[in-house]
Design a protein. Structure first.
Length: 200
């Protein structure tokens, strides 16, 4: 009896250690991906959406868009895809607010493509994949916050895109809030890898 109890305790401890190790490795991957700029020539730069306020990008979204404004003159891609739908009652989508912001800062309007239906990262990137597939394109450079970079890249690859990431260096998510978001992202990615990101 005691032998069986000791064996069960050992199995439980090993399971706890394995789960903790898996989480720590995933957390490190979230952190390191957000700090490894993969900017290169691609078919399109994709900006992940965030809140907008009656047509004006939130500070978080503006930081992502400002990074695109910096990348655009480098000629890495002929297109910029802006993403994000709207919340009930909103007059503007995140994508439209992003498109207007970029156009005002020198990105040609005919180079901006809107994916304005998605309400989650997965829906937005699936929409991007469909839009680009119709043009015979598939490689993207995803611009988002550092904590969001790994999940965005994994989802983009999950929907059939060849994906790289370039996180904004001016994210407004800093300090304790950034640490908390990194923890949540690590947990979500750890689960998403097991059950599929479309099921989260």
């Amino acid at each position: 009896m005691q032998r069986n109890v000791r064996r069960a305790v050992r199995v439980l401890l090993l399971l706890v250690v394995a789960v903790a190790g898996y989480f720590v490795i995933t957390l490190f991957q979230v952190w390191s991906t957000g700090r490894a700029d993969q900017a290169r020539a691609v078919d399109a730069i994709v900006v992940m959406g965030a809140a907008q306020y009656d047509g004006d990008p939130s500070p978080q979204l503006a930081a992502r868009l400002d990074h695109v404004v910096e990348l655009w003159p480098e000629g890495l891609a002929p297109l910029v895809v802006v993403t994000g739908g709207n919340q009930p009652g909103d007059r503007f989508t995140e994508a439209q607010a992003s498109a207007d912001y970029l156009a005002e800062r020198g990105v040609p309007q005919d180079a901006i493509v809107l994916e304005d239906q998605g309400r989650t990262s997965y829906e937005s990137l699936q929409g991007v994949a469909d839009l680009l597939a119709a043009r015979g394109l598939d490689s993207v450079l995803v611009v988002t916050d550092p904590y969001h970079s790994l999940r965005s890249r994994l989802i983009a690859r999950d929907v059939g895109l060849t994906a790289y990431v370039s996180a904004t260096p001016t994210s407004v998510v800093t300090g304790g809030e950034s640490f908390g978001r990194h923890l949540r992202e690590a947990a979500g990615i750890a689960v998403g890898r097991l059950v599929g990101f479309d099921n989260l």
